[in-house]
Design a protein around this ligand. Structure first.
Ligand code: BES
Ligand code: ZN
Length: 797
């Protein structure tokens, strides 16, 4: 007969093997560690250190697992969030279990005379507390169902596999161990059954009953109320020689009673063949219209169908940028309506689907998508992908190139070209902390992993929130972590945008305004209010300038709710959606108070997860849930923000003493009271330097530029935001020593936010020839999104 102690040692590995075999790796607990890995941890520690210390370690582990998120959330939100949010509520129990276990273990150290009795005490205590956790998980689901109006079993489905797996493990464990020591076996099995934290805590339930009849989207030909896609199986071969993808899209389509066809959006795709449920069908592609492309009409009968579309993309596909040379790279940019140039799809943000994909690429490059991704290369160049949460088409993304992966935290990491990997890992060392802070604010991260991809500098944006894999410009690698707010922004989209999605591009502010608000809250939580308020002050300055530039010619574009019918949705991509949107939310926060606003936002994301939202429904929801007295509604005056031009009087004032001090310094410098070498340049953050350069009055003598450069070598600065502000001034002052750097910057970097204002400044200051000379050289390296904006300005067809 094996002693109880040995039985204990044996039962852990047995149960763990069961968990590992049966537990799908994608179930995560609050710490983001897959449950299967947890089980390894649980078994390894006792084996390595012997039962007493091992038990203590297991209890610590449970306690830490339980604390995970709430501990980080404490700094930002206080105890009420700890118990208030579903996650915190559920996770309190493993925390309690671990603590009780530790206490019992400590007792064992003090009273070594009765170890076995104490061990049983420990088990009983852990068991009790952990059973409470499961009960709480169930209550959490009931609560979630009641607030979200979900009556189906979706949420239970996330809990039950966890419980089921644990039960199987427990049963097997009991069966095996019973032969040696029934009591220990049962106790161990029960601890396993109840003791690990529930997968529910990290899984935001999908929300199918939130579906509503979709609002019409003028930027898509699809009619999803008649026939809608639900899943995509995509296979593609990437050809760097021809700059094309040869692909097959297999769509699962649900057609409503009476439906006769399913309509997709396509642009510049060569459709080779279409079949429905295996039988070839006659399809039609309508006439192409600028930027919106054509409808692809495919006959279907009511019911569920599998629609196969074989096609090839054009070498000029607007979404795709092919970088040639010895380090070939391909990346896509689908937002807003460019997905249709590389995949035939219902290209409207109100239509969601899951997807899987198989992509074949040349050997020696890695393929990545907005999905579950590989971390190492496949010698045959064959990669498979899976995205199990439903996404809209603008979040479809593909990147192929020479990149390597470096983990940064349990569920975070970065992909970058080998020479940028080290710098990227340094720059984004806080990534996991940002995710934890975001969860502490507005609820569990719903997408499993969060990784970054450093793209070539030609990427036309700062960042793009492709789910699970944010695409980034390398221009944020400043070397001092000063530009991470961009990552906070893209991360925030994992809630605002990717989870609750603007129904049409007229509602774009629901994506971006919420995201800017969320971004600054993350920055405040992680880096403090001093810093986040500097960001807000700069935003306020940018917004005032943008409104001023639009007020006369296109005042309707300064409404939050846009009317982009017949126009490219890209026209709506300006500071209004982002920054006027931000200030509306900050204004509401001031009216109702932060705790009430945060609770409102948490519920908003939970209730509308995996669904879309339009402005009208949001405004109505806001008034029933938050601004529900005539006084509050009048004070907030939301309509003035959403449906009227300019910036309402109620726009919050921003007080940033550090930015105010910079403004003072700029005045002293301009008037000659302060020389360049006396500036506190070295002590300034990038925000202060940026403000100084962008606020310098036009009246400063041109000689000041040389003084500044000699004192602080600004032309050679590493921070691209500061460099941008400097080059802009250099152009307006015709400070030619900076021109070689300007030309180098414009030919290397394709980020629209930087290059468009620099070309505009060249044009406004009468340097058209120089602008055209540089543009001609740089243009082949730019993405269509950038050339689309610049061609008309620089008179290139
Ligand atoms: N989703 C946007 C980028 C975008 C918007 C692409 C509309 C195409 C159409 C992304 O989240 C974004 O806002 N990027 C900003 C980052 C910034 C505000 C921190 C950018 O690229 O500059
Ligand atoms: Zn954004």
């Amino acid at each position: 007969m094996i002693s109880g102690r040995w039985a204990w040692w044996i039962s852990w590995p047995v149960a763990t093997v069961f968990l590992c075999l049966l537990g799908p790796i994608r179930l995560y607990d609050a710490t983001g560690i897959p449950l299967t890995l947890q089980s390894f941890g649980v078994v390894l520690v006792p084996l390595l250190f012997g039962s007493r210390i091992g038990l203590a370690a297991v209890c610590t582990y449970l306690a830490l697992g339980g604390m995970g998120l709430p501990v980080f959330a404490l700094g930002t939100s206080g105890w009420e969030r700890f118990f208030g949010a579903t996650g915190g509520f559920l996770m309190a129990f493993p925390l309690a279990a671990g603590c009780v276990g530790l206490a019992a273990e400590a007792l064992l150290v003090v009273r070594p005379d009765a170890p076995y009795r104490m061990t049983r005490m420990l088990l009983a205590a852990t068991l009790l507390a952990a059973a409470g956790q499961t009960l709480a998980a169930a209550l959490g689901i009931l609560w979630f169902n009641s607030i979200s109006g979900t009556s189906d079993a979706t949420a239970w489905i996330h809990l039950l596999p966890g419980l089921g797996l644990k039960s199987v493990a427990a049963g097997a464990c009991v069966a095996v161990v019973d032969r040696f020591s029934a009591r220990t076996g049962i106790a161990t099995g029960l601890v396993l059954l109840f003791g690990s934290s529930s997968p529910l805590s990290a899984q935001t339930p999908q929300n199918p009953t939130m579906e509503f009849k979709r609002v019409s989207d003028h930027h898509s030909f699809a009619r999803p109320n008649e026939a809608v896609v639900t899943h995509l199986s995509w296979s593609a071969e990437v050809n760097f020689a021809t700059h094309t993808l040869a692909a097959t899209a297999v769509w699962t389509v649900d057609a409503a009673p009476g439906a006769q066809e399913v309509v997709f959006d396509v642009r510049e795709l060569a459709i080779a063949s279409v079949s429905v449920d295996g039988a070839p069908v006659a399809f039609s592609v309508g006439e192409a219209a600028p930027f919106i492309g054509s409808p692809l009409r495919i006959p279907v009968s009511p019911g569920r169908h599998s629609v196969h579309i074989r096609y090839t993309t054009s070498p000029d596909a607007a979404a795709l940028l092919w970088v040639d040379g010895d380090r070939p790279f391909l990346f896509s940019q689908s937002q807003a309506i460019l997905a249709r140039t590389w995949i035939p799809c219902q290209d409207s943000p109100g239509v969601r689907f899951t997807y899987d994909a198989e992509v074949v690429v040349p050997p020696h490059v890695l393929a990545l998508m907005s999905a579950e991704n590989p971390t190492v290369r496949n010698p045959a160049g064959r990669y498979t992908f899976k995205m199990e949460q439903a996404i809209p088409s603008y979040l479809l993304a593909l990147a192929v190139g020479d990149v390597e992966f470096r983990p940064l935290g349990p569920r975070t990491g970065v992909y970058a070209p080998p020479e940028l990997l080290e710098a990227s890992a340094f720059e984004f060392a806080d990534l996991e902390q940002l995710v934890v802070a975001a969860e502490g604010l507005y609820g569990p991260y719903a997408w499993g992993r969060y990784d970054l991809l450093m793209l070539p500098a030609a990427f036309p944006f700062g960042g793009m929130e492709n789910p699970r894999l944010t695409f980034c410009t390398p221009t944020i690698l400043a070397g001092d972590r000063s530009l991470v707010s961009l990552v906070a922004h893209e991360l925030a989209h994992s809630w605002s945008g990717n989870l609750v999605t603007n129904a049409t591009w007229d509602d774009f502010w629901l994506n971006e305004g919420f995201t800017v608000y969320f971004e600054y809250r993350i920055m405040e939580a992680v880096y403090g209010k001093d810093l986040s308020e500097m960001l807000v002050a700069l935003t306020r300055q940018g917004l005032a300038e943008e409104i001023e530039s639009m007020e006369v010619d296109r005042p309707a574009d300064t409404h939050l709710k846009l009317h982009l019918t017949g126009r490219d949705p890209d026209d709506g991509m300006n500071a209004i959606a982002y920054d006027k949107g931000y200030f509306l939310l900050r204004h509401i926060e001031q009216v109702v108070g932060r705790p009430a606003f945060d609770a409102f936002l948490r519920d908003y994301f939970a209730r509308h997860a995996f669904a879309s939202m339009d402005t009208e429904r949001f405004v109505a929801y806001l008034h029933t849930e938050l601004l529900n007295t005539p006084e509050l509604a009048a004070q907030a005056d939301v309509a003035a923000w959403v449906y009227a031009p300019g910036l309402p009087e109620s726009c919050p004032q921003v007080v940033s003493p550090r930015i105010a001090a910079v403004d003072q310094t700029a005045v002293s410098f301009a008037s000659g009271q302060l020389s360049a070498s006396q500036l506190p340049w070295d002590a300034w953050t990038y925000q202060e330097r940026y403000r100084f350069l962008s606020t310098l009055p036009e009246s400063v003598p041109a000689s000041h530029m040389g003084d500044l450069d000699r004192s602080w070598s600004i032309t050679a600065v590493g921070n691209n935001e500061v460099l941008f502000a400097w080059l802009k001034r250099a152009i307006s002052f015709e400070y030619t020593p900076a021109y070689p750097r300007l030309e180098q910057f414009l030919t290397e970097v394709g980020r629209r936010k930087f290059i468009v204002p620099l070309y505009e400044e060249l044009l406004e200051s009468g340097q058209l020839d120089l602008a055209q000379a540089i543009y001609t050289k740089a243009r082949p390296g730019y993405h269509s999104v950038a050339t689309g904006t610049l061609d008309p300005k620089l008179k290139v067809q």
